[in-house]
Structures are given as C-alpha cells and as structure tokens.
Design a binder for this molecule. Structure first.
Ligand code: SF4
Length: 346
C-alpha cells in the first residue's frame, strides 16, 4: 500500500493518468473493494496488471474470540503464514477522554517483539518481523468488516514496539489520518512505546497531533531496570527529557502507563516518585493492576493497595485512573497479546 503521492507517481511512470490514484484509493478505503476486479472504473488491463503484482488484502481473518464484555480479539493471518492479533474494545477507556459508545481498536505493529518487557506476553517468543504499513492499516479495515462497527479510536498497544518499526508506522499514520485514507482524526490515535528516546523525538516532530503513551512501570532506574530492559539503554532521566521535548511540540497530554506489580513497583515510595515525575511533565497516569500472564510469576496487588497507590498521586494533584481492564478474560488486555495455539491454526 502506498500514499496518494507515491501511488500517483508510480501510475504516471507506467503511463497512467495521475487521477487513477484517487480512483484506486477510493476503492480501497471508501468502497472497501476486496478484489482489483471490483474497480470497474479502471481499464481492465490495469486491473489485471495490478492483481498480478499487488495483493489487495495482505491479511486474512482466521478466528474471532469474543469476551463477556463484548471485547473481541481477531486473529489475522499474514501472506507469509504468520499471525497477528487485533482487539476491538467497545467502550473506550476513560483515560483517552472518549465517550463510552465509541469503538477502540488495539492494533499490532510487529510479529513478536524484541524488547522483552518482563510483564508482557508479546515478547515471550521473541521478535519475528516488522509489519508493513499495509498490514497495519489492513487490521483496521478487516476488524471493521468482521465486527460491522466503525473504529473511532486507535491505540498502537498490540503486539510489538511501534517505534521500532518507525518508517512503516509513519506511513500507516498517513494512510489512517488522510482524507484519501481512513480519515481517522490524529487526536483519536495513541501510540504506546516502551520508551525509545530518539524515535519519541522524531515522532514529536510529525505534523499530526497524535497522542503518546509511555509504558513506564517503574519511576526510577532501579525499579524500571527490573521490568523494562530498554531502560538500560534509555534511562528514566533521558526518557523524561524526551517527554519534555514532546510537550514543547505537541498540544496533547502524555499518558504514563503503570502496571502495579506486588512487591516490585507498587509501594507507596514508588507512588511518591511517580507523582513527582508525572507532575513534572503534566502527564496523566493510568494504573493497571497486573494481569496474570501464563508462564510469568508476578502477582497483582490487593485492591486496597492499588487504591492507596492512586491516593498518593491524587494528593500530589496528578490525574490517575485505576483501570478495570476490558478483555482480561480473553488475554487481550495490555501486555497480554500473544499468539496461542487456537483450534489448530497455529
Ligand atoms: S510491552 Fe511492548 S515493547 Fe515491551 S515486550 Fe511487550 S510489546 Fe514489546
């Protein structure tokens, strides 16, 4: 999949008028054509040529799992036989400030992940490959088709570290936000990262007003080192310097994601440092009691301990949500996306 200008240039190089690009993008994004053959306003020879060289649908839907709260997890097969998961959450988390009748889609950016955050299921099997921009965008098209719902909000919190696939992420963002593409407002898109400092700065310089969420999970280096190996490369002070740069460029509050793990990062001393850090960049904090991950041994703190932690943030004037996660029963909550053997398809 190409942007409008890239597609137009390629078509002109092949002797086609540039307006063919507009026609093709209209078929892909607005009319949702499933085959080149459906594009009846293109000459037949061009349709045949395109069909021979470019697969229109790089993903195939394989399996849907629904949960009690109607969160749905879609398993999608890539052309090379690998799989990704995409999760549709009907009620947007309050944290993103959206109304509850909206649909949020959590998309994957890589097959597997190289970053190995200790709480996360996605990294357990290591990194396989980046998704192309077309594979990222197709998750949205396919999820809308499978559910019959319009996706209003997008979070890059599925499998993979989106900023480690920076080029394809930027290309996908252009397709998602452009009026010739999916036309989803940039303010409805959140990119979540483990904290890749150089890419955060580059992302801050993009013109789109997208939102940023940081998987923080430790307010100081000693704690964060235990949970996030990436912290050894980009320690907390460096990360917060990049976040201050973000604040200068964008008019969007940063969200700090913080999974509460008993005996690791959920003490009141941790809360006090976190409160200071969050206040210094005017960020809001999303507290997520740890979810059980098969194969990992950490424990969720008691509800009372979680509330006490939140109280410390409130007392420091920091906005903090304590999230009752959607999709827990189908392993679709943040950090739980991992391809499992499903009915013999994997
Ligand atoms: S939290 Fe994100 S960056 Fe860390 S291992 Fe999981 S998918 Fe990768």
């Amino acid at each position: 999949m190409l942007t409008q200008s890239q597609l137009s240039e390629r078509l002109v190089n092949h002797g086609q008028p540039s307006y063919r690009a507009t026609q093709i993008l209209d078929w892909i994004f607005k009319k949702r054509a499933k085959a080149w053959d459906e594009m009846t306003n293109l000459p037949e020879s061009l349709r045949v040529d395109l069909a021979e060289h470019y697969p229109l649908r790089p993903l195939k839907h394989t399996l849907t799992k629904g949960s009690e709260d109607t969160t749905r997890k879609f398993l999608m097969e890539l052309a090379d036989g690998r799989y990704v998961e995409t999760v549709l959450i009907p009620a947007s988390p309050a944290l993103y400030g959206e109304r509850s009748d909206r649909h949020t889609l959590c998309v994957s950016s890589q097959v597997g992940c190289a970053y190995g955050c200790k709480f996360c299921a996605s990294g357990l099997d290591g990194f396989t490959r980046n998704l192309s921009a077309a594979e990222i965008v197709s998750q949205i098209i396919l999820a809308e088709e499978m559910s019959g719902e319009k996706v209003n909000n997008l979070v890059f919190m599925g499998m993979g570290e989106p900023l480690a696939n920076f080029k394809n992420l930027c290309l996908a963002l252009e397709m998602i936000t452009s009026d010739w593409g999916l036309n989803i407002g940039a303010r409805r898109i959140t990119v979540s990262t483990s904290g890749l400092v150089p890419q955060i700065k580059k992302l801050a310089e993009l013109p789109q007003q997208i939102r940023l969420a940081i998987s923080l999970h430790g307010p100081d280096d000693v704690t964060r080192d235990k949970i996030m190996p990436v912290n050894r490369k980009f320690p907390v002070n460096e990360l917060f310097e990049a976040l201050r740069f973000w604040n200068l460029q964008k008019n969007q509050k940063i969200t700090l994601e913080y999974i509460l793990i008993d005996g690791v990062n959920a003490g009141l001393d941790h809360a006090a440092i976190l409160a200071k850090r969050a206040a210094s960049i005017k960020a809001k904090v999303n507290l997520i009691p740890y979810n059980t991950v098969e194969g990992l041994e950490w424990v969720r703190p008691s509800d009372i301990a979680c509330r006490e932690f939140q109280k410390v943030l409130f007392q420091a004037g920091v906005s903090a949500t304590l999230r009752l996660e959607k999709g827990h029963d189908i392993d679709a909550a943040c950090g739980q996306l991992r391809l499992k053997k499903e009915k013999g398809v994997l």
